[in-house]
Design a protein. Structure first.
Length: 192
Protein backbone atom coordinates (compact mmCIF):
# COMPACT_ATOMS: atom_id res chain seq x y z
CA UNK A 1 0.00 0.00 0.00
CA UNK A 2 0.87 3.66 0.09
CA UNK A 3 2.43 3.88 3.57
CA UNK A 4 4.65 0.83 3.13
CA UNK A 5 5.89 1.86 -0.30
CA UNK A 6 6.51 5.48 0.79
CA UNK A 7 8.48 4.33 3.83
CA UNK A 8 10.41 1.81 1.74
CA UNK A 9 11.32 4.53 -0.76
CA UNK A 10 12.55 6.88 1.98
CA UNK A 11 14.53 4.10 3.70
CA UNK A 12 16.12 3.15 0.38
CA UNK A 13 17.08 6.78 -0.18
CA UNK A 14 18.79 6.63 3.23
CA UNK A 15 20.78 3.52 2.31
CA UNK A 16 18.59 0.90 4.01
CA UNK A 17 17.47 -2.23 2.13
CA UNK A 18 13.79 -2.69 3.07
CA UNK A 19 11.49 -5.58 2.18
CA UNK A 20 7.81 -4.76 1.62
CA UNK A 21 5.37 -7.54 2.46
CA UNK A 22 2.21 -6.74 0.52
CA UNK A 23 -0.98 -8.71 1.17
CA UNK A 24 -2.47 -7.84 -2.23
CA UNK A 25 -1.35 -10.04 -5.13
CA UNK A 26 -0.84 -6.99 -7.37
CA UNK A 27 -1.07 -3.22 -7.43
CA UNK A 28 -4.63 -2.03 -6.96
CA UNK A 29 -6.44 0.37 -9.27
CA UNK A 30 -8.93 3.04 -8.30
CA UNK A 31 -9.75 3.19 -4.63
CA UNK A 32 -10.63 6.18 -2.53
CA UNK A 33 -9.94 9.70 -3.80
CA UNK A 34 -7.32 11.32 -1.58
CA UNK A 35 -6.29 14.94 -1.31
CA UNK A 36 -2.62 15.88 -1.41
CA UNK A 37 -1.79 19.27 0.09
CA UNK A 38 1.10 21.24 1.57
CA UNK A 39 2.70 18.78 4.05
CA UNK A 40 1.97 15.77 1.84
CA UNK A 41 3.28 17.57 -1.21
CA UNK A 42 6.44 18.50 0.71
CA UNK A 43 6.93 14.81 1.51
CA UNK A 44 6.26 13.82 -2.12
CA UNK A 45 8.90 16.32 -3.23
CA UNK A 46 11.46 14.84 -0.78
CA UNK A 47 10.62 11.36 -2.10
CA UNK A 48 11.06 12.56 -5.68
CA UNK A 49 7.53 11.62 -6.78
CA UNK A 50 5.73 14.99 -6.77
CA UNK A 51 5.84 15.48 -10.56
CA UNK A 52 4.53 11.95 -11.22
CA UNK A 53 1.71 12.53 -8.71
CA UNK A 54 0.83 15.86 -10.35
CA UNK A 55 0.60 14.07 -13.69
CA UNK A 56 -1.87 11.55 -12.20
CA UNK A 57 -4.07 14.11 -10.45
CA UNK A 58 -7.81 14.36 -10.93
CA UNK A 59 -9.07 17.90 -11.35
CA UNK A 60 -12.85 18.21 -11.32
CA UNK A 61 -14.16 21.00 -13.50
CA UNK A 62 -17.25 21.33 -11.33
CA UNK A 63 -18.01 20.67 -7.65
CA UNK A 64 -21.70 20.10 -6.95
CA UNK A 65 -23.17 19.96 -3.45
CA UNK A 66 -26.49 18.12 -3.20
CA UNK A 67 -29.26 18.25 -0.61
CA UNK A 68 -30.50 15.02 1.04
CA UNK A 69 -33.01 14.54 -1.80
CA UNK A 70 -30.21 14.66 -4.39
CA UNK A 71 -31.03 18.14 -5.71
CA UNK A 72 -28.24 20.62 -6.40
CA UNK A 73 -27.84 23.12 -3.55
CA UNK A 74 -24.91 25.00 -5.09
CA UNK A 75 -21.94 24.43 -7.35
CA UNK A 76 -18.44 25.75 -7.99
CA UNK A 77 -17.05 25.88 -11.51
CA UNK A 78 -13.55 25.96 -13.09
CA UNK A 79 -12.06 29.36 -12.13
CA UNK A 80 -13.58 29.25 -8.62
CA UNK A 81 -12.17 25.75 -8.09
CA UNK A 82 -8.74 26.88 -9.29
CA UNK A 83 -8.73 29.78 -6.80
CA UNK A 84 -10.01 27.56 -4.00
CA UNK A 85 -7.55 24.74 -4.57
CA UNK A 86 -4.41 26.53 -5.77
CA UNK A 87 -1.23 24.89 -7.04
CA UNK A 88 -0.34 22.98 -3.89
CA UNK A 89 -3.51 20.93 -3.49
CA UNK A 90 -4.86 18.21 -5.73
CA UNK A 91 -6.74 14.92 -5.69
CA UNK A 92 -5.55 11.47 -6.69
CA UNK A 93 -7.02 8.00 -6.60
CA UNK A 94 -5.42 5.79 -3.99
CA UNK A 95 -4.35 3.35 -6.71
CA UNK A 96 -2.57 6.09 -8.67
CA UNK A 97 -0.49 7.01 -5.61
CA UNK A 98 0.39 3.34 -5.06
CA UNK A 99 1.38 2.94 -8.73
CA UNK A 100 3.61 6.04 -8.70
CA UNK A 101 5.39 4.88 -5.53
CA UNK A 102 5.82 1.35 -6.85
CA UNK A 103 7.27 2.58 -10.14
CA UNK A 104 9.80 4.61 -8.14
CA UNK A 105 10.95 1.65 -5.95
CA UNK A 106 10.69 -1.11 -8.56
CA UNK A 107 14.09 -2.69 -9.06
CA UNK A 108 15.48 -1.04 -5.90
CA UNK A 109 13.23 -2.47 -3.18
CA UNK A 110 12.05 -6.04 -2.77
CA UNK A 111 8.24 -6.09 -2.80
CA UNK A 112 6.60 -9.43 -2.01
CA UNK A 113 3.09 -9.40 -3.41
CA UNK A 114 0.52 -11.89 -2.10
CA UNK A 115 2.38 -12.32 1.20
CA UNK A 116 1.36 -11.66 4.77
CA UNK A 117 2.94 -11.74 8.21
CA UNK A 118 2.02 -14.77 10.31
CA UNK A 119 4.19 -14.18 13.38
CA UNK A 120 6.91 -12.00 14.88
CA UNK A 121 9.73 -13.27 17.09
CA UNK A 122 12.29 -11.20 18.96
CA UNK A 123 15.81 -12.59 18.61
CA UNK A 124 19.20 -11.60 20.00
CA UNK A 125 20.26 -10.09 16.68
CA UNK A 126 16.95 -8.54 15.58
CA UNK A 127 13.53 -9.83 14.67
CA UNK A 128 12.23 -12.85 12.84
CA UNK A 129 9.19 -12.31 10.65
CA UNK A 130 7.45 -15.52 9.61
CA UNK A 131 5.29 -15.17 6.54
CA UNK A 132 2.10 -17.11 5.96
CA UNK A 133 3.92 -19.41 3.46
CA UNK A 134 6.39 -20.40 6.21
CA UNK A 135 9.36 -18.36 5.01
CA UNK A 136 11.20 -16.37 7.66
CA UNK A 137 12.79 -12.97 7.08
CA UNK A 138 15.41 -11.67 9.50
CA UNK A 139 15.33 -7.93 10.10
CA UNK A 140 16.23 -5.12 12.47
CA UNK A 141 12.91 -3.28 12.36
CA UNK A 142 9.31 -4.15 11.53
CA UNK A 143 6.83 -1.40 10.64
CA UNK A 144 3.16 -2.31 10.57
CA UNK A 145 1.93 -0.28 7.60
CA UNK A 146 -0.86 -2.75 6.93
CA UNK A 147 -3.78 -0.41 7.47
CA UNK A 148 -7.06 -1.10 9.21
CA UNK A 149 -7.26 -4.40 11.05
CA UNK A 150 -3.46 -4.52 11.11
CA UNK A 151 -2.10 -8.02 11.63
CA UNK A 152 1.33 -6.66 12.60
CA UNK A 153 -0.16 -4.31 15.19
CA UNK A 154 -2.28 -7.12 16.65
CA UNK A 155 0.73 -9.45 16.87
CA UNK A 156 2.75 -6.83 18.74
CA UNK A 157 0.14 -5.10 20.91
CA UNK A 158 -2.86 -7.45 21.07
CA UNK A 159 -6.35 -7.49 19.55
CA UNK A 160 -7.49 -4.17 18.15
CA UNK A 161 -10.74 -4.38 20.14
CA UNK A 162 -8.66 -3.26 23.13
CA UNK A 163 -7.67 -0.02 21.37
CA UNK A 164 -10.32 0.89 18.77
CA UNK A 165 -12.98 3.41 19.76
CA UNK A 166 -15.79 3.88 17.25
CA UNK A 167 -16.66 7.54 16.71
CA UNK A 168 -19.96 6.87 14.95
CA UNK A 169 -18.96 8.54 11.68
CA UNK A 170 -19.28 6.94 8.27
CA UNK A 171 -18.00 8.02 4.88
CA UNK A 172 -18.79 6.59 1.47
CA UNK A 173 -17.07 7.60 -1.75
CA UNK A 174 -17.15 6.03 -5.19
CA UNK A 175 -16.68 6.66 -8.87
CA UNK A 176 -19.88 6.82 -10.87
CA UNK A 177 -20.23 4.61 -13.93
CA UNK A 178 -21.63 6.94 -16.59
CA UNK A 179 -23.48 4.06 -18.28
CA UNK A 180 -25.46 3.55 -15.06
CA UNK A 181 -25.83 7.26 -14.23
CA UNK A 182 -26.17 9.15 -17.52
CA UNK A 183 -27.26 12.34 -15.71
CA UNK A 184 -23.87 12.60 -13.95
CA UNK A 185 -21.79 15.28 -15.64
CA UNK A 186 -18.27 14.27 -16.78
CA UNK A 187 -15.53 15.94 -14.72
CA UNK A 188 -17.92 16.68 -11.85
CA UNK A 189 -17.52 15.84 -8.19
CA UNK A 190 -20.75 15.43 -6.18
CA UNK A 191 -21.01 15.78 -2.39
CA UNK A 192 -23.93 15.55 0.03
Amino acid sequence: GIAGLALALRLRQRGVAPVVVERSRRLRDGGYMLGLADPGLDAAERLGVADALRAARHVPRRLVYLDPAGRERFALDGPAIDRLVGDRRFNLLRGDIERVLYERVRGEVEVRFGASVESLEEKRDGLGVRLRDGEEIGCDLVVGADGLNSRVRALRFGPEERFVRALGARVAAFLIDRSESPAAEPGTSYSM
